[in-house]
Design a protein around this ligand. Sequence first.
Ligand code: GLC
Length: 730
Amino acid sequence: MDQKVNIHPQVEAKIDDLLCRMTLAEKAGQLTHLSPSLVGGFDIEDLIENPELFREVKRDFHEDWIREGVVGSFGGMTGAEDINRLQKIAVEESRLGIPMIFGLDVIHGYRTIFPIPLAEACCWEPELMERTAAAAAKEAAAAGIHWTFAPMVDIARDARWGRIAEGAGEDPYLGCQAAAARVRGFQGNDFSQPDRLAACAKHYIAYGAAEGGRDYNRVDLSLQTLHEIYLPPFQAAVEAGAATVMSSFNDLNGVPASANPYTLTTVLRGQLGFNGFVVSDANSIGELVPHRFAADRKEAGLKALTAGVDMDMSTESYRHDIPELVEQGVLSLDVVDEAVRRILRVKFLAGLFDHPYRGSAALERDIHLHPQHLSLAREAARRSFVLLKNESDLLPLKKETTISLIGPLADNQADMLGSWAFTGSPKDVVTIAAGLRAAGCANLRVAQGCAINSPETEDFTEALAVAAQADVIVAVLGESAMMSGEAASRVSLDLPGNQQALLEALHATGKPLVLLLVNGRPLALPWAAQHVDAILELWQPGTQAGHAAADVLFGNYNPSGRLAVSFPYSVGQCPIYYNRPSTGRPAGAFKFTSKYIDGPWEPLYPFGYGLSYTQFAYENLRLTETEIHPEDTLYVRVTVRNAGGRRGEEVVQLYTADLVAGRVRPVKELKAFQKIALQPGESRELLFKIKASDLGYYDTAMQYVVEPGLFQLWVGPSSAEGLETTFRIV
Ligand code: GLC
């Protein structure tokens, strides 16, 4: 359903009226997004490491500029009272009373923190992602926020890149489902509602393709790959009605994304028909200078605005330089007016002119950490876990078992929240240990064993003494919250610090060993995969981490997550992703084929993979016809049976491959999936409808073509296996 931001004549008429009355300075102000300035010397790294410092540092809220009517948008604020105090100045004291729009990074929750977005993508449940986004919107709106800088919809194929944590993984089809679901969740059908937020699809575009997985680094890709892999989730977000888009830090083929006329105007406006506004990422306009794409702030602002960035976050180029550029005749007033129009359009659609004040302290008290939100957070967390290994069905455990819970993440609150959770509070978090105790695990012993990332060797004596008392050892290892997210690229995907040594020491006890992973990216775990009896990927599960972990560990919930990203054996394989080309020399036993001489070329765990406490069988894959025309739909049927002893959920995945084409095509591409629940012994026939028009690609002339030819089709439990057949487009 096309919910794109629309052009309403009566709204446009109101905008016309305002534009006629605005001074050039007021117009430049509308294009400006500011945050409070921190007064006095401070080290941003200190603030990030110690968020509570924010409460102490004095801040300048720029009331005078708001009163002059030269601040159109505000960030970095939490709390309805503070926000509405500033809004009141804009509405009641500025000349035209144009309300500001208050934006914030509400990425995976506000006070109730949900699993990181990469974890939620592993649920393969768009409806669940929509619900958590809606709950996040409710809590943030109660705190006075109008606009979230989410969803992050960047496709990521390289686990070295810390921001892989914030998106929906490596696949465009799953990425589109997640993008649309999150936009719907944040915005509902009408983001002027008091419990909704305007959404912001970010980071436009191809930010996840940074060379070397190094954040902010260059991106060099073909326009075909841009359109087939990185653009689709933005198109899905725009069609779901995303009110705004955020331009990214990276350059694309030498033209910075925050000053790129092709992506920002030709594609976003021309091809996708986007009518909302584009906000730059923080200071990405100013960074055109170190990009060596602009000589100074003034030229940077001119290039960004004329390329299609409507709002300047933090550089203040627009506010300072636009009036002069227009007066010098270098910048057309029409360009300025169009940008102001887009921003005012979103403000009208957000209802800010009629209801400029949102939220209250009372609403915050009623809605933050609401039991329904906590219950949803627990539900989302346990559904996002991925069971990677379960040798001889060691899991689920019995509550009577004597468990030694060991590791730096075993009784840890802050790191359960993951990145972009600064509005949450570690004190709200149920740790893994607390969750197991609350579930009735009477014989639980806990030891930290080592730090998350200590550079020094550490003594495991105490942890091993605790381990010796156990029937089963459960290690809880992984990354800290700040080892993924922004500016958190890693050159290694190993367990950090001494955690691998601790795991091997625990394994040496000879006791049954379970590994719970708490991390924000795929890790390289070949030793664990070989030696540990059971491995459960928890990701960063949020406020209800411990309860969700207990639900799965003790079998109250049968894990149903499936990987949204490939796990490599080694960081040397990155970037690694399932929808890769076969090459002219597909990897094989013969030396002269595409592989490595010192390690595997396949992933350790493939895209779409995940185990269950039960087993599923696939039978009877059938197509209604084996030849279709480009305008036809292919009907695919398959029967899935729960062949095990307990209820379980399966993500039934459908992949296709174009076997011969005018451009080299991926060995397979996800085209559909259904997540179903089956009782023991239950069978169900599923129907998939695949439009031939979805099986095309961009040819060498950048035309989207659906070519006749033979296709392979698989239906199965992951990208690595399934029943297969063929069909032809004629
Ligand atoms: C950051 C991030 C972006 C975020 C913005 C505002 O640098 O790149 O994702 O929304 O600044 O905080």
